[in-house]
Design a protein around this ligand. Structure first.
Ligand SMILES: Cc1ncc(COP(=O)(O)O)c(C=O)c1O
Length: 394
């Protein structure tokens, strides 16, 4: 194979090696150390929030948020079906039940269906919202900003306030995405609802290998989340613990990588946007599909690019298309298998699913690494068009 363009790989062009080596030389490699504090400060400064809590993963951050929302066994939590499964699993860690929502045309939770669900299927009682079907309390919802595209937060927060539901923003894919108009102008993904979770997994816009962060509207909750993420130590010398804690703290080694990556975040966002623009220009007249736009009134980090196939022309299965592209050196992928159809969740409620299915049969993600060259993008587009033409019989 003469060329290979991967889907999404990390980029270490800055101080990564220097800081990680420094952490090793200092001997601070575990869950204490100055790089952790530095990363938290850099995150808080970037997001314009008072504090951020560095965690082992985005999944851990989401679990901490659910615990801070006091989600208990038997409660219900509204979640999207179009997401990576890690956005939903923490609901089960709390022995609570997910209720699945459909997506809108930007792949994020459909706010209008959410409103209809709350209005018609639930009852607002003295102690909060109850699902009529089993009278369970709906204490929270998890809203994913899919591929860096911001969800319809104005509408979602309005619904959440009306129905007294906490909003956990899964901003794991959306670090740096922000609103540039409307009620939340200037606000970043993760800082609008009650909690925001970020991920620094290897394919994210910045990475610490594995890692995440949590922010909270109420600083007391952020402090408490930090406390339970570090084994709930009340006395570090005499090992006194007044709550059940978790080993969810990020390590200094990971944070050293993160501090270097944070220095490059603005450049990475710029490159993601530049590459997206090039794709858009090249794919404008393709006729085989279109590149999904990001929400109006926002400036997205444009983390992942979603190409939506025109099914009137391209009838082949996604699997066939992805395999054909792979053979030609272009790595792509389908969006996730819908979560309400996955084995652990098939018996859960799924509300008026429609668009999720539609997009899951049409979307493929194109290579989007920050070190893509202009030639790489041309190669991807030419190969994509070739492969799609071959399937369309054109
Ligand atoms: C939407 C979504 N939620 C949650 C996660 C979990 O993050 P992590 O892998 O850091 O646990 C990811 C990514 O991995 C994600 O894409």
């Amino acid at each position: 194979m003469e060329k290979f363009v991967p889907l999404s790989i990390p980029n270490f062009e800055g101080n990564e090696e220097k800081y990680v080596l420094d952490a090793v030389k200092q001997g601070w490699v575990s869950t204490g150390g100055a790089y952790i504090t530095q990363l938290e400060e850099k995150m808080a400064e970037f997001l314009h929030v008072p504090m951020a809590v560095a965690c082992q993963s985005g999944t851990a951050a989401l679990h901490l948020a659910l615990m801070e929302c006091n989600v208990q066994p038997g409660d219900s939590v509204i979640v999207p079906t179009v997401t990576f499964i890690a956005a939903v699993n923490p609901v089960r860690y709390q022995f609570a039940n997910p209720i699945f929502m459909d997506c809108d045309d930007g792949l994020c939770m459909d706010a209008l269906k959410l409103e209809k669900f709350c209005e018609q299927e639930c009852e607002l009682k003295e102690d909060g919202l109850h699902w009529k079907k089993d009278d369970s309390r709906i204490k929270a919802m998890i809203v994913v900003h899919v591929f860096g595209n911001l969800a319809n937060m104005e509408k979602i927060v309005e619904i959440a306030e009306k129905y007294k539901i906490k909003v956990i923003e899964d901003a794991t894919e959306a670090l740096g995405s922000k609103f540039v108009s409307g009620k939340y102008q200037g606000k970043y993904a993760g800082t609008i609802g009650d909690y925001g979770a970020y991920s620094f997994n290897g394919n994210k816009i910045i990475t610490t290998g594995g890692g995440g962060a949590l922010v909270a509207r109420d600083t007391e909750h952020a402090k408490h989340a930090k406390y339970i993420s570090t084994q709930a130590k009340d006395d570090v010398h005499y090992y006194i613990h007044n709550e059940v804690g978790f080993n969810y703290r990020m390590t200094n080694l990971q944070a050293a990588l993160g501090v270097a990556q944070m220095e490059e975040l603005p450049e990475f966002i710029m490159r993601k946007q530049r590459n997206y623009a090039q794709y858009q220009t090249l794919l404008k007249n393709s006729g085989m599909g279109y590149l999904m736009p990001f929400r109006e009134g926002t400036e997205s980090n444009q983390w992942f690019y979603a190409y939506v196939l025109n099914r009137n022309i391209v009838k082949a299965e996604l699997r066939e298309i992805i395999t054909a592209l792979e053979k030609r050196g272009v790595q792509t992928r389908a969006i996730w298998g819908l979560i309400h159809e996955q084995r652990p969740y098939v018996s859960c409620a799924a509300y008026e699913m429609e668009k999720a299915k539609y997009y899951s049969e049409r979307v493929i993600n194109l290579p989007c690494s920050t070190n893509l060259t202009s030639e790489d993008i041309e190669y991807v587009v030419n190969t994509l068009e070739d492969v799609l033409h071959s399937f369309a019989g054109v």
